[in-house]
Design a protein around this ligand. Structure first.
Ligand SMILES: C[S@@+](CC[C@H](N)C(=O)[O-])C[C@H]1O[C@@H](n2cnc3c(N)ncnc32)[C@H](O)[C@@H]1O
Length: 202
């Protein structure tokens, strides 16, 4: 049986992740890097994969009211929260990024912020991102990456913490995932000591 201490630890971790998701994670400062690309591309529509409570899409709606918004998240609760925050301005679907219940070639931009480190089979998810993008569309992928020793510690801890984090992928792994899915013009850059942005074109 798990000890009280272990249960307490897990509750604390899920509480902290929940607060980060609902209350405004540090990574949300990085949304601006996606906004600058959206400003240039001027897409008709966009889908945010692993949308959480819809913080990114709320900002997109405010800055680019002409863009049609779509969302996917594994959690029904997050989908409901996204719908309620965007009151009628989003098509939000509950589903797994690794097997999306979405049609081929529907979107001009696919965004994925701080979600890929939750995916046990990230290649399946990136293949799906490629499939749902229109030809010439863009993938804007943000997530965490740290110096190698910190990444190693995080990857040791993730499965033990059981907070839903699977793996912090390094630069080569991300670029390989995106390349294998079929994307071209892949750009990867660190945008803070803890995060990266990868942009790629279908
Ligand atoms: C750390 S939150 C980030 C949420 C949001 N993108 C943001 O910027 O605040 C990670 C999100 O990924 C979602 N997620 C985890 N695994 C998923 C999967 N396999 N398919 C779709 N969404 C998933 C979680 O439900 C959660 O809402």
């Amino acid at each position: 049986m798990p000890s009280i201490q272990k249960n307490g630890q897990r509750a604390l971790i899920s509480g902290v992740s929940g607060c980060l998701c609902f209350g405004g994670g540090y990574w949300r400062h990085d949304y601006k890097y996606a906004f600058s690309i959206i400003k240039k591309i001027k897409p008709e529509n966009l889908i945010d994969i692993g949308c959480g409570p819809g913080a990114f899409l709320c900002e997109v709606s405010r800055l680019f009211p002409e863009v049609q918004l779509n969302a996917l998240d594994l959690s029904e609760e997050m989908i409901e929260e996204t719908k309620s925050r965007l009151s009628g301005k989003v098509t939000a679907t509950a589903g797994d990024s690794e097997n999306m219940p979405l049609e081929d070639e529907q979107y001009q931009v696919v965004t994925c912020n701080m979600s890929i480190h939750h995916y046990p089979h990230p290649q399946k998810a990136v293949n799906e991102m490629y499939r749902i993008l229109k030809k010439g569309g863009y993938l804007l992928l943000n997530d965490m990456d740290c110096a190698a020793p910190i990444r190693a510690v995080a990857n040791f801890c993730f499965p033990r913490l059981k907070a839903g984090d699977v793996k912090m992928y390094n630069r080569d792994e991300i670029v390989e995932l995106v390349k294998t899915a079929g994307f071209k013009k892949i750009k990867y850059r660190k945008i803070s000591p803890f995060t990266f942005q990868c942009i790629a074109k279908k």
